[in-house]
Design a protein around this ligand. Structure first.
Ligand SMILES: Nc1ncnc2c1ncn2[C@@H]1O[C@H](COP(=O)(O)OP(=O)(O)OP(=O)(O)O)[C@@H](O)[C@H]1O
Length: 122
């Protein structure tokens, strides 16, 4: 097999694993399921208010930011539980700062949502 074919097959396999990971997150993680529900609701709201292209872009970025950071948080929690299943202050610190990153992303998304939709309500 040529180097180019190997490269292309390798990348396609990578996309397959990533898709599997995204589906696993959706199937198993309650917080991702809630965020997916919010994303669907916000998309319906976007169609209802016929928001502008820029507002769609900002909304999709906000949704993507929250869900991807939540996915990373889940991965960090899984690594922490795997390497150290018992209680440890360092593990608590690691999990807390990973959760803090999700919080920052969520606050950002709420701010974006308010800035987009408040003008449609007043
Ligand atoms: N092994 C541990 N050692 C010390 N503190 C921990 C440990 N596991 C969890 N904690 C503390 O409990 C908090 C919640 O951890 P947990 O793993 O239950 O995450 P979670 O946010 O409830 O996520 P999920 O709902 O996805 O399980 C952490 O942020 C941390 O403060």
């Amino acid at each position: 097999m040529s180097k180019v074919s190997e490269f292309v097959i390798g990348r396609l396999k990578g996309v397959g694993y990533a898709l599997k990971g995204a589906l696993l997150l959706l199937k198993t993680e309650a917080s991702i399921q809630v965020q997916f529900g919010v994303a669907v609701f916000m998309t319906i709201l976007g169609f209802y208010f016929n928001i502008t292209s820029i507002e769609w872009i900002l909304q999709f970025f906000a949704i993507g930011l929250v869900m991807s950071v939540e996915g990373m948080n889940t991965a960090i929690e899984a690594i922490a539980d795997f390497i150290h299943p018992d209680f440890h202050n360092k593990i608590g610190f690691i999990k807390d700062i990973a959760a803090g990153a999700v919080f920052i992303a969520a606050i950002t998304a709420v701010a974006v949502g308010l800035l987009i939709y408040i003008p449609y309500f007043i």
